[in-house]
Design a protein around this ligand. Structure first.
Ligand SMILES: NC(=O)c1ccc[n+]([C@@H]2O[C@H](COP(=O)([O-])OP(=O)(O)OC[C@H]3O[C@@H](n4cnc5c(N)ncnc54)[C@H](O)[C@@H]3O)[C@@H](O)[C@H]2O)c1
Length: 321
């Protein structure tokens, strides 16, 4: 098969490209190399994929419909995995217009491209943040998601709604995968595990928001990639939403202890207040993904954090972080 991945140079996109290429597929990758973090890191993310002859990279922006159309028009694409986005809850509060333009406008563009290029399959990288302040943990796909508490979360809800329109009107299969705090090698530098490991290795002060009782359903990137690959094979219905989480939560204080163990250094903690936009807990009910996709996350947090540390040390050696 021939797949188009948007956001291919990012954390999740680059892992997905490698998995699809090693499964024998061709990959067309699109990325604008936005300035959220260093271009050199994103280029490094793609080093394995680039050595593959079935991989083609286009540096272009999903906000520019004509540019992406040119790439997709003659590509003979069997499916789009749309991961390009402005990610992160806190920065979206500073730049809500930018988030709306890329995450909603860009998703609209990609759906139009699917429609005009006759691409029948669209996988959408959604987020656990769509559940907002939903008190019914663990969260199920059937829960309503109209209480988001950040511009990022609302942009992801909007993407899911747009997808429903294209499934209904044009018969494009749209699968929204709600990722729950993904971690592992190449994780974005704004996310907690990346920040904590980096600061602990360097002996720097770690700002910790809240009293340590907030909890996250951390999901290892290989498990997420297996979920995406399973979704690519799923054909039983036109529109579905799936939670891709781990179904286990880890409290912030526990997370810091695991990182301390893996890094082998004592953390220097600077306690700060709770951040606006952050929810107390994220917790996925993955019954549906288990049943329909055969999704079975099995990575232990200690192993995943060790893999991240090894990657981070390699990036330090190369002078990239
Ligand atoms: N990492 C997580 O924990 C997590 C959780 C939930 C949802 N998600 C979603 O998964 C997707 C991938 O996230 P990630 O963590 O790999 O982020 P990332 O920032 O590492 O990757 C996103 C990529 O998209 C690219 N991009 C941004 N704007 C673009 C544009 N206008 N045109 C083309 N490319 C553009 C960036 O350059 C980047 O390489 C995002 O949609 C994100 O919202 C991630």
């Amino acid at each position: 098969m021939n797949y188009l991945i948007t956001g291919v140079a990012g954390f999740i996109g680059s892992h997905l490209a490698e998995r699809l290429l090693s499964n024998g597929h061709s990959v067309i990758g699109i990325d604008s190399f936005d300035g959220f973090y260093a271009k050199a890191i994103k280029e490094n993310n793609l080093s394995a994929a680039k050595s593959h002859q079935s991989f083609t990279l286009y540096e272009c922006d999903i906000e520019n419909y004509q540019d992406v159309l040119k790439v997709a028009k003659d590509g003979g694409i069997d499916g789009i995995i749309h991961l390009a986005a402005k990610a992160g809850v806190r920065p979206s509060i500073i730049d809500p217009i930018g988030y709306q333009n890329v995450n909603v406008g860009g998703t609209q563009n990609m759906l139009e491209i699917a429609r005009h290029c006759g691409i029948q399959k669209f996988i959408y990288g959604s987020s656990s943040s769509v559940y907002g302040i939903n008190p019914n943990c663990p969260w199920q796909e059937s829960d309503h998601v109209l209480q988001p508490i950040s511009p990022y979360a609302s942009s992801k809800v909007s993407g899911e709604l747009l997808g429903h329109v294209y499934a209904e009107l044009f018969g494009i299969q749209f699968l929204a995968l709600r990722f729950f705090t993904v971690y592992g090698p190449r994780q974005r530098p704004d996310l907690a595990i990346h920040k904590f490991v980096a600061k602990m290795i360097k002996g720097e002060v770690i700002p910790v928001y809240g009293d340590g009782s907030t909890a996250r359903d951390y999901t290892y990137v290989d498990d997420i990639i297996s979920g995406i690959v399973a979704a690519l094979k799923y054909s039983a219905s036109l529109y579905e939403v799936f939670n891709l989480g781990n179904q286990r939560t880890v409290q912030l204080s526990q997370l810091i202890s695991v990182i301390e163990e893996v890094v082998g250094k004592e953390p220097i903690i600077d306690r700060q207040g709770q951040q606006p936009g952050d929810v107390k807990i994220t917790n996925a009910d993955i019954t549906k993904a288990r049943k329909l996709l055969g999704y079975e996350p099995n990575t232990k947090i200690e192993y995943g954090i060790l893999q991240f540390k090894l990657w981070y040390l390699e990036m330090m050696k190369q002078g990239l972080v």
